[in-house]
Design a protein around this ligand. Structure first.
Ligand SMILES: [Zn+2]
Length: 414
């Protein structure tokens, strides 16, 4: 498909050309592009998956950008199906109302609003809310639930028309979407157009520090264009005369940050928490390219060790199945080169994935009934960050002699 992917020559945050490739995961299919049986005979699309470090502003980012229309066309993720997220955004809404004195006159605009998970609790407090959600199916669901949602990508033009129709916003939020956007300039420009003089832009996204310390290398896939830390974000917002004045750590997505940004004229003071994060990032040497080379080495060692373990088990005649088919699992399977030569099938509870085949490696995804039927000797946990609750859930399997393989950060059997 022509024009499906483009390579960046400049840093997404500072526009400098001093980009250094630090981790290459090779040509990889889209992590959510599970295939039907009929699709197995057709050509599958692979795109480069390489992580670059900007030597100028230290922003960590993918070098190749797949067209968002391709990436988010069939976006099925619906936030409100997870009670943990519902509670998280409920608390977030209450914090916003209290901290920024929001009332019935206040407008909150959420970019990438999904099914309205943050806007629902705000609307319950009679605030004026507006969602922006480019996935048509999800936007339609939000509108049906009474959360006014525009089914478009957020642009400066859209910001202007919203400003005309609704007035200016007290708060603009972007949760788990900022790292998915290639043209951040457009989003920040648009936000500036929308915000009142004393308005606040709040960005919530997975934190680079957790990515590094917890070895979340498998969170590298084409949707995740940027790996965010506070210092490079400061540089980015400065280009637009905006300023980060507070940062909070939040526990979702394995460790995220909530970043509060204001326009030049707004009255908010910089908090001590902000300097705490800047010091932490300095201490962790996030501004040094060597940090990322060392990390890439760790990932490669992880790969070698896991393949050695799986090969040994296969030689012993053991059967191995995958457990869980999250998007990140496909980064691991494709980069580590694990296909049906090692694992026969992947068990997943989602009816949307059962009957399909994993992108790239074409491993069949089956329902959990297969576990009792086939009794594989080992289960390779692909959602390894949830290893503990998964193993608790599968106690029966374990009692009958089944074993688990936790693949990351050091492969081990349990
Ligand atoms: Zn840069």
């Amino acid at each position: 498909m022509k024009g499906a992917v483009h390579k960046r020559t400049t840093c997404r945050a500072c526009k400098n050309t001093k980009l250094t490739k630090v981790l290459s995961l090779g040509p990889t299919p889209l992590a959510n592009a599970f295939l039907t049986k009929e699709m197995l005979d057709k050509e599958e699309m692979f795109y480069p998956l390489d992580v670059y470090f900007c030597q100028n502003c230290h922003f960590l980012q993918l070098g190749h950008v797949v067209r968002p229309e391709i990436l988010f066309k069939n976006y099925v993720y619906v936030s409100s199906t997870s009670p943990v997220f519902v509670e998280h955004f409920h608390d977030f809404a209450h914090d916003l109302i209290q901290r920024f004195d929001l009332d019935q006159k206040s407008l909150v605009v959420d970019i990438g609003s999904n099914d309205g998970i943050l806007l629902k609790p705000l609307k319950e407090h009679n605030l004026r809310t507006l969602g922006i959600e480019p996935a048509q199916n999800i936007a339609a669901r939000a509108n049906k639930d009474g959360i006014k949602t525009i089914a478009k990508f957020f642009t400066t033009a859209l910001a202007r028309s919203i400003g005309k129709a609704y007035g200016q916003a007290s708060v603009v939020t972007a949760n788990n979407v900022f790292a998915h956007i290639d043209n951040l300039d457009e989003v920040i420009e648009g936000t500036k157009i929308l915000l009142k003089k004393n308005g606040v832009f709040v960005v919530e996204a997975p934190y680079l520090v957790d990515f590094l310390t917890k070895n979340y290398f498998d969170l590298v896939y084409h949707e995740h264009l940027s790996y965010l830390s506070v210092k490079p974000l400061q540089t980015l917002f400065h280009r637009f005369d905006m300023e980060i004045f507070d940062v909070q750590k939040v526990p979702v997505h394995g460790g995220s940050i909530r970043v509060f940004v204001k326009g030049k004229g707004a009255a908010y003071k910089q908090t001590a928490r902000l300097s705490h994060f800047l010091k932490l990032e300095k201490r962790m040497r996030l501004d040094r390219v060597e940090t990322y080379f060392t990390y890439a080495d760790k990932v490669r060692i992880n790969k070698t060790k896991l393949i050695a373990l799986l090969t040994k088990l296969k030689h012993q005649g053991k059967s191995i199945a995958g457990y869980g088919a999250p998007a990140k699992g496909n980064t691991l399977l494709n980069y580590f080169g694990i296909g049906t030569d090692y694992i026969n099938y992947i068990i997943d509870d989602s009816p949307y994935k059962q009957g399909l085949y994993s992108p790239g490696k074409h491993i069949p995804v089956v329902a959990s009934a297969m576990l009792a039927k086939q009794k594989p000797d080992y289960l390779l946990l692909l959602a390894w960050n949830f290893a503990k609750p998964i193993m608790e859930k599968l106690q029966d399997y374990q009692h009958q002699g089944g074993k688990f393989i936790v693949p990351v950060p050091r492969p081990k059997t349990v």
